[in-house]
Design a protein around this ligand. Structure first.
Ligand SMILES: [Zn+2]
Length: 461
């Protein structure tokens, strides 16, 4: 027992919220810290689930142990910056180490904590029964836990083995249009011994913990020389607007190679909608004047370029256009091609950083426009498309030049970022349309000479 530690006069921290407030972090952060950094947290089993509490002295000791050197915020396994396939991007806020808190601030903090504690007491009778509705979900060890607004575990699912999150962060949305929100959660099952790993699952779970459906593809892609089959790795998912919603989930083969997109109905029925030779990282549904379009971003392994495919909702299933006539498509690959495909410029950063090729890492809508972020060599460039699908802007971002400088410092680039010829050079973007095949566009970075200009066939680049 703890009887040999008499100084336990401080009240415990009740629930995730108080633990989070004590550490000055979000609930999600401290839950991650429990899993990744061993933050000491206790649970008492109750008829309604678990009560979570923390001991200040234990947490202080844990923090002291980690404090030298200062602890950076641990990499979030669901963070878009650490996993290129995730979406949406966070604003580029630098992540400070936990601050050394000034004493005056601590006093204010203590008062705030006391206030929180007292308001917690006042609400106590309301919250005596933990709400069964999860407003947060956490994957830890072999459990998926729904956490209610007071930080108590509302429900818990146990898997056969350890699991972790994949795709974007879990979403709480009304999938089927019944005015009740459901959780959409990407789950990766850790391989267990010699047991073959299964494909990642997309779970739809009601807020009170009932599993509505799970999608776990068992897709085969049969090429003349090989068959790609499960396990498939989920890279992203997104939803289109409307009632009910359609979900889109992208999977890549665990060895690389081909990727595909499933359209999933609100009742969980999947349909193969798109196959690409190369990894898919990004999905975004884009509402345009001509209708809804699924934007799919990633890499074309045939072209060694970053690519963006645009698939109108009303088009039939499609496969990426193959240029090389000797390269066969797969037996299951849909025969149609996407309405539009873009291939973005190569980059010296990719070569300098020993990467295979750039890839579209993230797609977002910005007002009526679509923005694709392209990752290369640790930096990013970006392209904007107008709602009529014209290319209206291309530029290198600040972090592109940051990556440029760090590659200079390693001796992998022979010129400074300030004098980089790419700053002024015309960039070539290729576009494939189902009607006209390949076209080439020229655009100057930073919008200096307007939108992209269509190149004639005899204009060499
Ligand atoms: Zn350069």
């Amino acid at each position: 027992m703890d009887d040999d530690k008499p100084d336990r006069s401080d009240p415990p921290l009740n629930g995730w919220k108080e633990i989070a407030a004590y550490l000055g972090k979000s609930v999600r952060s401290v839950q991650r810290w429990e899993a990744s950094l061993g933050l000491p947290v206790h649970r008492i089993r109750t008829p309604d689930g678990h009560i979570v509490y923390g001991d200040r002295a234990e947490i202080d000791a844990w923090r002291r142990q980690l404090d030298a050197p200062p602890v950076p915020e641990p990499e979030d396994p669901l963070d878009p910056e650490s996993l290129p396939e995730t979406d949406p991007p966070p604003p580029p806020v630098p992540r400070p180490a936990p601050p050394r808190v000034p004493r005056a601030w601590l006093v204010g903090f203590a008062v705030a904590c006391l206030t929180l504690f007292l308001s917690g007491l006042a609400l106590g009778s309301w919250l005596a029964r933990p709400s069964p509705l999860a407003t947060d979900v956490v994957l830890t060890g072999r459990f998926l836990q729904g956490v209610n607004p007071v930080g108590a575990v509302a429900w818990s699912h146990e898997f056969d083995g350890d699991v972790s999150g994949v795709g974007p962060r879990p979403l709480l949305v009304d999938v089927d249009g019944d005015e009740q929100a459901e959780w959409l959660i990407g789950v990766h099952y850790q391989a267990r011994g010699s047991q073959a790993a299964t494909s990642d699952g997309l779970y739809c779970i009601t807020q009170d913990g009932r599993r509505k459906w799970v999608v776990r593809p068992d897709q085969n892609l049969t090429y003349p020389d090989r068959t790609m089959s499960a396990p498939w790795v989920m890279t992203n998912f997104t939803l289109s607007p409307g009632k009910p919603r359609t979900l889109w989930v992208s999977y890549a083969h665990h060895t690389g190679g081909s990727s595909f997109v499933l359209a999933v109905s609100s009742s969980g029925t999947p349909e193969l909608r798109y196959v690409q030779f190369g990894r898919i990282y990004a999905l975004e549904h884009w509402s345009t004047p001509s209708g809804g379009v699924l934007a799919v971003g990633g890499a074309s392994d045939e072209h060694k370029r970053a690519t963006l495919a645009l698939l109108p909702d009303t088009d039939p299933p499609s496969s990426y256009p193959i240029d090389d006539p000797r390269r066969a498509t797969c037996r299951e690959c849909p025969r149609h091609t996407p309405r539009r495909v873009f291939l973005f410029p190569e980059s010296e950063l990719t070569v300098a950083n020993h990467e295979l090729h750039p890839y579209v890492v993230n797609i977002t809508t910005v007002g009526p426009a679509l923005k694709a972020a392209i990752s290369q060599g640790g930096g990013r460039s970006q392209v904007f498309l107008s709602p009529d699908f014209t290319i209206n802007f291309f530029d290198f971002t600040q972090n592109y030049w940051g990556a440029h400088k760090s590659l200079e410092a390693k001796g992998r680039l022979d010129h400074p970022a300030e004098d980089c010829p790419d700053r002024r050079a015309t960039q070539l973007i290729r576009e494939w349309t189902a009607d006209e095949g390949w076209k080439r566009w020229a655009i100057t970075p930073g919008g200096k000479s307007g939108p992209a200009r269509l190149l004639a066939d005899d204009e060499g680049m």
